[in-house]
Design a protein around this ligand. Sequence first.
Ligand SMILES: [Zn+2]
Length: 462
Amino acid sequence: MARLRQPEPVFPGIVGYEDTVVPQIVNAILSRHNFILLGLRGQAKSRILRALTSLLDPHLPYIAGCEIHDNPYVPLCRHCHEQLAKHGDQTPIAYLAPDHRYVEKLATPDVTIADLIGDIDPIKAARGGHELSSELTVHYGLLPRANRGIFAVNELPDLAGKIQVGLFNIMQEGDVQIKGYPIRLPLDVALVFSANPEDYTARGKIITPLKDRIGSEIRTHYPSTIEEGIAITTQEAWVCRDGQHLELPKFVHEVIERIAFVAREDKKIDKRSGVSQRLPISAMENVVSNAERRALENNETTVVPRISDVYAAMPAITGKLELEYEGEMKGADHVARELIRTAVAKTYDEYFSGVDLRQVVQWFDLGGEIQLSGDAAAAEVIERLEGIQGLMEKTSALGISDKSPIEMQVSGAEFILEGLYAHKRIGRSEERVFTAGEKQPKKPERPFERDEPPMRQRRPYN
Ligand SMILES: [Zn+2]
């Protein structure tokens, strides 16, 4: 409540959820609900759950030595009761920081009641002369250890039914059975969960009474605009490195971000698993590294990524795509290359729709050729790029002029050529030699189409 009265965001560093996810989480907390975040991979679910600790008090007093951090005024465990009876107000107190009040568990089918809730320790019972079901003989699991804090279970549907029943009992009644012995544990824990929406709604994955006890079901989502994606990647990617001065052209960042946007729409990619925001983040790091490597090898002082660096970042991309059958047939490499090419084409259109580049295309049509190897120093290729009539001046649409660092000029010119290639207006070989485009053969008229207008207007780009 104190946080809401402040002008600052409730969860700093969470981008793009200000009007959607965050208000729902705040409502869930104000309602004192246990809640679940439903969303695909890489939608900051775990991050949000961890950020909940920022809402906790800086210090929480508990009875020193208590495994379940008992409240000195209302202890649960018998050990603490005995301590209080013996020492009264002199009972030693310790303090917990917010980070220590957060316990997280990734659900897998092999998680047991012992892991999560606890086990009965016969040795402890024999040594202390206690009953087996006495609280003094219980070896506590993760959940009791999260007492007076937050317990997060990621991928909840992967938890076995029996364990879900255990969780439900704790939430409902505050008691649980361990190996048939009823143990009373009225814990004070905020339970939060995350899950993939399809797994969660699949029949039989979550036992109904548990689902019923989860107060709020909150859907997360991917960034809705390229700008939001850029803001997240800028915040997360490791690009501000020591030594080399980095100048990241905006169009390169936009291409990287668009790869994820294009992939999320592509039918060759599995929609149920999604395309994580970690894809543009890792791709960005790889792109900067490839540019950094080129700059170091060529003794350049400014690191300026190019589109060729995006193609070189394939290792950061292919592993993050779950392919559908059609995609599997074509191979991850091919699919990723096509995604980059589409991202380049779309970004190119943002800057160059309505700009006349026929002169540049013509230069290639008349037999011009240029090799732009990904490792080539800017100084090596700039003169040859300047030899292509009409090319360099078009970089002004990207905010680049002949006063800009030559690394930036080369990156801008290369982007134009990559854009023309992405639209198949010019060609490019594996060795990165740009040439004239293949002449698109006129489609032969098929007999059954004869009654229709003879030539439909061809789309300007393919
Ligand atoms: Zn205790």
